[in-house]
Design a protein around this ligand. Structure first.
Ligand code: ASP
Length: 314
């Protein structure tokens, strides 16, 4: 039994392991761990307290994948619900679909009786205002909802180096099944309705119990374009170690072109329980590992694989 997660998963990793020890499934453990990150208002990249979009609304994305069946559930751009990861799980369990977004996802969540709440905290609202006032004046900020050139402001306000964050969990349960989950508020000041890689199966999340599971954080558009999480598992299938699979997907991300290239992070756990973490951001990025024999999570340093980064504002 093992859990690996991004560093901000610290608030949930021990609970996730307790779920596994109580004979819960990998999917149960991933959901339980992520719910605690979603409830942590101090984390401005996931759930409650997450930074809002350009218009000041918190829009959340989440996905879950069961590696034993490759059944998946995801929600995107959902507003006003406390636990998108659990709504994603309900999509997996109750619907023939994989991904619901926006109003449809909210309607489904209401039908399923999920807890509704305002997800914008005072701290996140203040940060939104303060950050946007660095690139626009107060009258412009006030008229943003009516403006016809919102698209221009996205290029200025969402600096990918400072705007992101997301939580990743991967679990292996007592019968060797894998599950993976991702939850995020996405980029600060994203265009309303924007989805990143987190709710896109194959981009930010993929699990196949035969080979392994992979999850991403970082500039979601890049992971969508490169099919990063799915590619990592294909490398495992072809015999690569997690470290090698991670290196290859990072090298592939480095071949992307265009004006908007930023940092990416990948976590991989294979079917043998070997793990790896990659980052293209900077030295000193970590991830956490907890297996059933350990009394506390251990911190591992992600391998730094530099990729080209440049951001062309308007
Ligand atoms: N991957 C997330 C997204 O693109 C953000 C992040 O991980 O920083 O929405």
């Amino acid at each position: 039994m093992m859990i690996i997660c991004s560093e901000n998963g610290k608030v949930g990793i021990t609970t996730a392991m307790e779920v596994l020890k109580a004979r819960g499934s990998a999917l149960d453990a991933v959901e339980a761990g992520i719910r605690l990150v979603e409830a942590n208002a101090e984390d401005h990249s996931v759930g409650l307290g997450g930074y809002p979009n350009l218009l000041g609304a918190v829009e959340l994305d989440a996905s879950l994948m069961d590696g034993s069946t490759r059944m998946s559930g995801a929600v995107g751009a959902i507003k006003g619900f406390a636990h998108p990861i659990s709504i994603a799980r309900a999509v997996l369990e109750k619907l023939p679909h994989v991904l619901l977004v926006g109003e449809g996802a909210e309607r489904f969540a209401r039908e399923m009786g999920f807890e509704e709440r305002e997800m914008l905290t005072e701290a996140a609202a203040a940060a939104w205002r303060e950050k946007l006032l660095r690139v626009m004046d107060a009258p412009t900020l006030a008229e943003l909802p009516e403006r016809r050139d919102l698209w221009r402001w996205v290029q200025l306000s969402s600096d990918p180096q400072r705007s992101g964050g997301t939580t990743n969990f991967i679990a292996m349960d007592s019968i060797g099944n894998l599950a993976s989950g991702v939850s995020t508020s996405g980029w600060f000041a994203k265009y309303p309705g924007r989805l990143g890689d987190s709710p896109i199966i194959g981009a930010g999340n993929y699990a196949d119990s035969r080979y392994g599971a992979a999850t991403c954080t970082g500039m979601g558009e890049m992971a969508i374009r490169a099919g990063t999480a799915r590619s990592a598992i294909l490398h495992l299938q072809q015999g690569a170690s997690p470290e090698e699979a991670g290196r290859r997907v990072m090298e592939d991300l480095d071949t992307l072109g265009g004006p908007y290239l930023s940092g990416m992070n990948v976590l991989i756990l294979d079917a043998q329980g070997r793990h790896a973490g990659m980052t293209s951001h900077a030295e000193g990025r970590n991830y956490l590992v907890l297996d059933e024999a350990m009394t506390a999570p251990e911190t591992f340093t992600r391998t730094l694989i530099a990729t080209r980064q440049h951001w062309q504002g308007a």
